[in-house]
Design a binder for this molecule. Structure first.
Ligand SMILES: [Zn+2]
Length: 54
């Protein structure tokens, strides 16, 4: 789990798992846009021909 904190005043807004989140801080009113980058970036592999002969 990740701590979600306000980018302006660092108030803890919550915790959890998210990929994209928009949350308004109740203390300072800053609208935080939070985004996590995927831990394993999907690589766009060059299309290869799978040589399988069934
Ligand atoms: Zn704040």
């Amino acid at each position: 789990m990740k701590e979600i904190r306000c980018g302006s005043c660092h108030k803890k807004l919550g915790q959890g798992e998210y990929t994209w989140l928009s949350i308004k801080c109740p203390r300072c009113g800053t609208l935080n846009h939070l985004r996590t980058e995927s831990p394993e970036p999907e690589r766009q592999r060059a299309p290869t021909v799978d040589e399988r002969s069934d």
